[in-house]
Design a protein around this ligand. Structure first.
Ligand SMILES: Nc1ncnc2c1ncn2[C@@H]1O[C@H](COP(=O)(O)OP(=O)(O)OP(=O)(O)O)[C@@H](O)[C@H]1O
Ligand SMILES: [Mg+2]
Length: 347
């Protein structure tokens, strides 16, 4: 039996797990599953809540028939500081380490001793280049140690061992565009319950990231307030009518629009920030991932407002799976982008 790799995405609204194996250089789906998260779930720091969450994860693994104990789990984008540092000169590896620590102090609102600092070089000019042409661009990820400790504790309570922890956006990027150097510049959006996360990916690398706290829950809340609905009813309306203007005289659309437009403004900011830095490399498409990608009318609304091609994420496209599963998987494909990306991580 070849090795099985397990990706675990502990979301605020649901927990997803994906197990993959590699057969002749090709990833194959072994098992998958999802389960609603208990409340308050992962946002709580209390031991009792973590125990309830751990039991829910155990149930999920049982139902999916996954026996592996080693997992790769995602850290929420909103709890991790991710930044691309563009303005460094040409630097050797040794010089880079101290330059990054120095730059990191500016964007990390806590002592450096309280975070784990990781980085990836996106670009480095040849050592003999001088002046303006000599530069280094790095992606820096700072994960607060207390967040890591909490996840390790939760996984241990579940009887699991973290093989690696990485941020959601890193995982999503792997499952949706991989490291294909020829894929066009893409803006990936992860529409979760608590946040909307953005990443611009070009030549297989991440060049910009952002996370805002307007997500699926904010949309549901705005409907609940507008119509004086219970949360569950608002959630139903959102999923059924979403942004379709020709349903219920467009009333649901009108109620959701102000909140969706907050997300649209952030799209504009992200696109502008990237295109100002890289005018020769315009964004070609938007890929929608996460549960919110399923909202009726969203693809069209974004395409009309942003003037770009918009598509729903399909993290399964490069993965071998049984024919019988294909249509079932397509249904909530965008929700599994993080878990698939985690399971695809090698090494
Ligand atoms: N058909 C749909 N239309 C609109 N929204 C939807 C639809 N299906 C799911 N959602 C929303 O997607 C969100 C859940 O998505 P997802 O599973 O990606 O979130 P999560 O990972 O649990 O949350 P987070 O990443 O914020 O912790 C919920 O807010 C839910 O209302
Ligand atoms: Mg999520």
């Amino acid at each position: 039996m070849s090795k099985i790799s397990v990706g675990l995405d502990i979301g605020f609204s649901s927990i997803k797990v994906v197990a993959l194996t590699k057969v002749k250089e090709q990833f194959k789906l072994v098992s998958l599953g999802s389960i609603p998260s208990p409340q308050p779930g992962i946002v709580s720091d209390a031991d009792v809540d973590l125990e309830v969450l751990a039991n829910t994860i155990k149930k999920l693994f049982q139902a999916a028939g996954i026996e592996q104990k080693e997992v790769i789990a995602a850290l929420p984008e909103s709890k991790v500081f991710t930044r691309i540092i563009y303005d460094l000169p040409y630097l050797t590896d040794a010089e880079l380490s101290s330059a990054i620590r120095y730059a990191a102090e500016e964007f990390i609102p806590m002592p450096l001793s309280d975070v784990n600092l990781n980085w990836q070089i996106l670009f480095r000019s040849d050592g003999d280049k001088k002046g303006k042409d000599a530069k280094t661009v790095v992606l820096v990820i700072a994960s607060p140690k207390n967040v890591i400790t909490k996840y390790v504790k939760l996984l241990n309570l579940t009887g699991l061992h973290p093989k690696a922890l990485e941020t959601e956006i890193i995982a999503v990027t792997r499952s949706l565009v991989g490291s294909n150097p020829y894929s066009p510049s893409t803006l990936i959006t992860q529409l979760g319950a608590t946040t909307t996360d953005f990443a611009i990916v070009s030549k297989g690398l991440i060049w910009l990231t952002r996370s805002i706290s307007t997500g699926g829950m904010a949309l549901t809340r705005s409907l609940a307030q507008h119509f004086n609905f219970e949360i569950n009813q608002a959630e139903e309306y959102k999923k059924v009518y979403g942004l379709t203007e020709d349903q219920l005289e467009g009333k649901v659309f009108e109620a959701l629009k102000p909140t969706v437009d907050i997300i649209i403004s952030e799209y504009r900011r992200v696109i502008q920030a990237f295109e100002t830095k890289f005018p020769q490399n315009p964004i070609k498409r938007i890929v929608l991932s996460g549960g919110g990608a399923k909202m009726p009318g969203l693809v069209r609304y974004l395409a009309n407002n942003l003037g770009l091609e918009v598509q729903e994420a399909d993290p399964w496209y490069a993965i071998t799976k049984d024919k019988s599963l294909t249509s079932k998987l397509a249904q909530d494909a965008p929700t599994f982008s993080v878990a698939v990306g985690l399971a695809l991580r090698e090494g």
